[in-house]
Design a protein around this ligand. Structure first.
Ligand code: SAM
Length: 218
């Protein structure tokens, strides 16, 4: 098992791990592994687009040194729990608008104190901006037609100078009919119109056919 260039993420071959913040407990049905007396959880790229992106060549050091992270579209917390483990000294604010998904997220946060769940709509960053403050890394994974616009507004409002942000673009939520390449091109154009600097793009094959990842830099 060796460290990767993303803080708090280890790998053994193609398998990624984070250090389990609550040894003996898993978040889903992920496998665990002990090494030198430390328990690690497998970060499954088929269940987490962020893990898939790391394996598909995401830029190095996306969140290294971050003190504060904003995660939009936390759902039940599968990915957010790994991110919170990767940055134990940072706060990870997790915005989720569905009360049904929020309940397990809240339960998760009771055992993982650096994971801060917020029942809120990512379309209205002004509602949580004062609580969150500026962040060093922002991650968005929400299946909505206006994903790129929501991302641009959150980045503009909340990303600190020098920070990085990743948009997990769900192509079929934008359009059922248009080719994926066209949807990605339109999203890129929208981010550029908002003055965001796109530094990396990748598809997530073979882990997900439906998504493209875009990284921007403040
Ligand atoms: C694909 S799931 C996220 C999966 C999660 N990121 C993971 O990897 O564990 C998308 C989530 O975004 C939430 N969502 C959709 N629109 C939202 C919005 N405007 N604000 C906040 N959350 C939203 C949905 O309720 C859903 O839980």
């Amino acid at each position: 098992m060796e460290p990767t260039d993303q803080a708090g993420v280890w790998r053994d071959g193609r398998t990624l791990y984070t250090r389990n913040a609550v040894p003996g407990r898993t978040v889903g049905d992920e496998a665990v592994r002990r090494s030198d007396g430390v328990e690690y959880r497998v970060w499954d790229p088929f269940h987490s687009k962020l893990a898939a992106y790391l394996l598909r060549g995401a830029p190095p050091r996306l969140w290294n040194g971050a003190r504060s992270i904003l995660y939009l579209g936390g759902a039940h917390g599968t990915t957010a729990s790994h991110l919170a483990e990767a940055v134990p000294d940072a706060l990870v604010f997790v915005v989720e608008k569905s009360p049904v998904a929020f309940a397990p997220l809240l339960a998760l946060s009771r055992e993982r104190p650096n994971l801060v769940p917020m029942l809120a709509d990512a379309q209205l960053p002004e509602r949580y901006a004062a609580d969150v403050g500026l962040v060093d890394f922002l991650y968005q994974d929400i299946a909505q037609r206006q994903q790129a616009a929501i991302f641009a507004e959150n980045v503009r409002t909340l990303l600190a100078d020098g920070g990085r942000a990743v948009l997990m673009l769900k192509v079929r939520s934008v359009s059922q009919r248009r080719p994926a390449t066209e949807v990605v091109r339109a999203a890129r154009a929208e981010l550029e119109r908002a003055d965001l600097r796109i530094v990396h793009e990748a598809n997530l094959l073979p882990f997900s056919r439906e998504h493209a990842a875009l990284t921007v830099r403040a």
